[in-house]
Design a protein around this ligand. Structure first.
Ligand SMILES: [Zn+2]
Length: 333
């Protein structure tokens, strides 16, 4: 069985010999960059560099998957946000908010497949699919409509308005659904096997459980309905209290953060969705030891997780030896 066959089976809740070990979010690290001489920010803008760096975790460590882009700013950029690339090779690009006061002021971009870095990402997916698509799953990463709304209006405004005037937040969030769906469907057309929806700002830690259900989940669901292939839904932070709402969106797979209760998530999914995660990315993978990684990986497996993966995007400071320890722990089962 190829890693891709195993992954697709696990994603569809079929029996597998062992869980796949992969990552639905970004996987590039400084260790990997140094081995191939390709760095950020160039790899955010050049499809050939983007594809090579995205494949590095598979090539160097056997992590079963490759996905692009590395950042969460592509959608915000085509809506007019300016990108701050950072100065260091490990800086994650940011898209400071445009601070739109009202949804009426937002200009929804047209012909998006030609805008900003979308052609770069689609070309990178094509390159990954051509070279590795027979072996490992290829992921296209998009952001959730709520996270795009936070880029457009500013997180603070969204947080305040969500409780005072949820209709305005709903309008802001709804604005991005069709654009993100078109982008995600183009990823499938270019060879992506799965589209990962990263809804980082919809975190319970920021919005509370009711916030997610009221102003983020309905649009995750609408987006998932419009996407023509399998989806992974990732919401950052402790998702224990919103796991039912996440499952109800209809995502094929739910990617849970390390602070989310893995056992409860598996039970809540009742085999309606696959559960992916939730090895601790900071304390364990970035700053821990291979021994600690092994322990946390076994904990996730014993909780019944269908697909073993980091609980969030991998920090670029994660040492190769720790990522390798996660991969080896699963492969030795
Ligand atoms: Zn996350």
């Amino acid at each position: 069985m190829t890693p891709k066959e195993r992954f697709m089976k696990a994603l569809n809740l079929q029996k597998v010999d062992r869980p796949p070990v992969t990552c639905a979010n970004q996987t590039a690290t400084l260790d990997q960059m140094e081995k191939i001489g390709i760095y950020w920010p160039e790899a955010h803008k050049d499809p050939f560099k983007m594809a090579r760096l995205a494949a590095a975790a598979w090539e160097q460590l056997g992590l079963e998957g490759a996905g692009v882009p590395f950042c969460q700013t592509v959608e915000a950029e085509i809506f007019g946000c300016e990108i701050k690339w950072g100065r260091k090779k490990t800086d994650i690009p940011q898209a400071p908010s445009k601070g739109y006061k009202s949804p009426d002021g937002v200009k929804v971009p047209e012909n998006i497949l030609e805008k900003g870095r979308i052609p770069v990402v689609l070309k990178a997916i094509e390159l990954l699919s051509d070279k590795y698509g027979g072996e490992i799953p290829i992921y296209g990463h998009v952001i959730g409509p709520f996270s795009l709304a936070a880029h457009l209006a500013g997180m603070e405004k969204i947080m305040v308005t969500a409780f005072k005037n949820p209709d305005v937040v709903n309008e802001f969030t709804h604005l991005g659904v069709d654009t993100i769906a078109e982008y995600g469907n183009a990823m499938f057309d270019h060879g992506a096997d799965v589209v990962v929806i990263e809804n980082m700002f919809a975190s319970v830690d920021i919005m509370g459980p009711q916030g997610y259900a009221r102003v983020a989940a309905p649009y995750d669901k609408e987006l998932i309905n419009k996407l023509k292939g399998p989806t992974v839904l990732h919401v950052c932070g402790n998702g224990t209290l919103i796991i039912e709402d996440m499952i109800k969106t209809g995502a094929t797979c739910i990617s849970i953060d390390s602070r989310t209760d893995a056992k409860k998530s598996v039970i809540a999914a009742k085999r309606k969705a696959a559960i992916m995660g939730n090895v601790d990315t900071m304390k364990v993978l970035t700053y821990g030891t291979p021994e600690g990684v092994k322990t946390d990986t076994m904990r996730a497996i014993e909780a019944g997780i269908d697909i073993v993966a980091p609980g969030c995007a991998i920090s670029p400071l994660t040492p190769n030896k720790n990522l390798k320890a996660m991969v080896d722990t699963v492969k030795m089962l």
